[in-house]
Design a protein around this ligand. Sequence first.
Ligand SMILES: Nc1nc2c(c(=O)[nH]1)N[C@H]1C(S)=C(S)[C@@H](COP(=O)(O)OP(=O)(O)OC[C@H]3O[C@@H](n4cnc5c(N)ncnc54)[C@H](O)[C@@H]3O)O[C@H]1N2
Ligand code: MOO
Length: 385
Amino acid sequence: MAGSCAGRPLPAGPRSLADALGHALAEPLLALTDLPSFDTAAMDGWAVAGPGPWRLGGAGLLAGEEPGPLGRDTAVPIATGAPVPPGATAVLRREHGEADPARDLLYDRSPGPVCEGQDIRPRGQECRSGEPLLPAGTTVTERVLGLAAAAGYDRLTVHRRPSVELLVLGDELLDRGVPRGGRVRDALGPLLPPWLRGRGAELIGHRRVPDDPGPLGEAVRSSPADVVITTGSTAAGPVDFLHDTLRSVGARLLIDSVAVRPGHPMLLAELPATSDGRARRLVGLPGNPLAAVAGLVTLAEPLLRRLGGRREAGPVRLTATAALPGHPHDTRLLPVFTSGQGVAPLPFDGPAMLRGLALADALAVVPPGGVTAGAAVDVLELPGR
Ligand SMILES: Nc1nc2c(c(=O)[nH]1)N[C@H]1C(S)=C(S)[C@@H](COP(=O)(O)OP(=O)(O)OC[C@H]3O[C@@H](n4cnc5c(N)ncnc54)[C@H](O)[C@@H]3O)O[C@H]1N2
Ligand code: MOO
């Protein structure tokens, strides 16, 4: 998506590790220490100085203790994770040493000679203080929290996550039970909130809005969200009021339909700013569920990514294992299953269908005319693959 449509990333600030989860790093993560920050025993056994045999001496060294120096030809019991004493040349594993308590001697019974530095994790092996560990724009995952803690961080400087309000339109939608009386179940109400949260949104509201320009206009006008996402009402049907509503609230259409199937009526608009000058945008997803997902993946997600300061996630190029049918002049987004072999299409891929999508792990970006078996195709990964 063009940067000018999406705007700049939201401001950044410090957050505790727990609160930073799901946000994007606003600065590269630099190591605050060498890792490990001291020469560390990698195994339970003895710290030894010289080639052995060794005189056994001293109380054992445990993790979390600062040891005194070790004299030449001596050995001291050591636990995994304990700092190796100055003067030690290696750690001899417990199973490779034989102690003679009567003579206070330790013999090396390892298969080969103990090499200098064996089973010592040297200071700085993983990184040096100041070394960049992760670039700005990285999403803070559970794994990143672990690394940040290990590298000495109590807080991380992260971007604010975009707040999102979801407005689901359609008087024909049912919230429970089997479709009846010409009505259908709301499939997007259950699908969108967890998807959006998983993609860096802070969902601040989710409600159904009637197919009526009054309540729709009021909901759009009053929303404090950075991004309002609507579903349905993008086309020109008798109760499709979204375009009229956008005009009436003074919105500026930035994207009004895209040459893609499904999803072509998707739209992006700039809403009037909040009273404190904060920019607001609206993404209109089409009502057909697969079309809505197409708009979610190609319009809403890139916008949220950009606002949240997260790095771009480009498509992955794979090989089609079977022909992927195309549209005559628009791009098609097809639910596909990817494997070591490549990309396979799935049945039930119509704009109103979710059956193929539920089995899919990606959307293939099929250029006009289609892709022949054996040809390369770009795919966009879906959550949960
Ligand atoms: N004359 C034309 N008609 C339509 C065109 C067109 O170009 N010319 N485009 C079609 C395409 S493509 C799409 S996609 C839809 C987009 O319509 P809207 O965004 O206005 O959506 P609705 O009319 O409100 O609903 C369409 C369809 O989807 C069902 N729906 C809506 N919301 C949900 C939901 N939350 N869960 C499940 N199903 C939902 C709704 O009942 C309709 O069946 O317009 C075509 N028409
Ligand atoms: O664009 Mo419609 O979205 O083909 O279903």
